[in-house]
Design a binder for this molecule. Structure first.
Ligand code: ATP
Length: 314
């Protein structure tokens, strides 16, 4: 089965407040999907409905073919959930904490120990295996949390703001780890974040949530073109001998939406980053001399300014 999470018409109302509004979304096996949105957008509420921890007002969620509302225990068996605040037994070591979770999930003591040791290595915590969890930094706790989730052999992992409060180096390591897990073990990952640049690094696809609505979903590149249309990429180029026939030829290139010539400066808007190469080929074969080129990616920064600024960072 390719569809791992299937959401249809999902709505959650708290009184008059619509936290999630008629959401349709499909997440496929092995994908890393980012739920992106400012505070209060509806990300956590969506996650809770996927996990079967809160009931939708309308609509449905299926995870690995199980209905989250009617079969929450079956869903729980498939999904590992890492909340934004992970709780451990602070007086037990990292290893003991993991072995405890493994035992709760039916593993024998020997199996639990082997698996816990292997996971501690995988998440880069072997050195702290015998250190009390209460002494772990936030980044270490998040990594231990990931190991704790993986010990249940989940098909899907859902991470709520996994990088919150971690220093930049720790963030990078955690993101790399999540990406590796997904790509090497085929685990489907959904993570929520309001950190645009982090999500861009590891997600195959992103859904942009604002006020309970999914404004756009796709790759970060396609988000930019969905939200900004023809202004996804802007190429500016200064060259000699630019003529109307050259401009007509450039307009035919795949992805190119608009071309303007002002004196010897050409502005080209394209929804594809790859348009640059054929543009250069045309200009150079016509004998034009290029004096400057710049390509601006109208994307994350614009999206951030438009949808996130003023929404309040945590
Ligand atoms: N139990 C609740 N009762 C009433 N309103 C709620 C409840 N839970 C969430 N809300 C409201 O629903 C909206 C969506 O909240 P949610 O926590 O899903 O957003 P979020 O995108 O996860 O935000 P954050 O990034 O701050 O965690 C918010 O306006 C919030 O105040």
């Amino acid at each position: 089965m390719n569809e791992i999470i299937s959401i249809k018409g999902l709505t959650k109302k708290y009184g008059e407040k619509i936290a999630v509004d008629n959401l349709d979304l499909i997440i496929n096996k092995g994908e890393v999907f980012g739920l992106l949105g400012p505070n209060g957008a509806g990300k956590s509420t969506t996650i809770l409905m996927i996990l079967g921890l809160t009931e939708p007002t309308e609509g449905s969620v299926f995870v690995c073919g199980h209905n989250s509302t009617n079969e929450p225990l079956l869903v729980k068996g498939k999904v590992g959930y890492l909340p934004d605040q992970v709780g451990f037994y602070e007086n037990r070591t990292g290893l003991e904490n993991l072995m405890f979770t493994a035992a709760l999930n039916g593993k024998s003591r020997k199996e639990a120990r082997e698996k816990a040791i292997s996971l501690l290595e995988q998440v880069g915590l072997s050195y702290a295996a015998n250190q009390k969890a209460g002494t772990y930094s936030r980044g270490m706790k998040q990594r231990l949390g990931l190991a704790d989730v993986l010990i249940k052999d989940p098909e899907v992992i859902i991470l709520d703001e996994p990088t919150l409060g971690i220093d930049p180096k720790g963030v990078q390591e955690l993101l790399d780890l999540i990406r590796t897990l997904s790509k090497e073990q085929g685990i489907t990952v959904m993570l929520s974040s309001h950190q645009l640049h982090q999500v861009q690094q590891i997600c195959d696809r992103v859904g942009l949530f604002v006020n309970g609505n999914l404004l756009a979903e796709g790759t970060v590149d396609s988000l930019a073109s969905q939200l900004f249309g023809e202004e996804g990429h802007q190429i500016k180029l200064k060259a000699t001998l630019l003529t109307p026939p050259i401009i007509d030829e450039i307009k035919l290139i795949d992805g190119v939406r608009r071309v303007e010539l002002d004196c010897n400066e050409l502005s080209i808007w394209s929804d594809k980053e790859s348009s640059l190469q054929p543009i250069l080929e045309i200009i150079m074969t016509k004998g034009c001399r290029i004096s400057s080129i710049s390509q601006e990616h109208v994307g994350l920064d614009e999206i951030y300014q438009r949808y996130f600024e003023g929404a309040g960072e945590k």
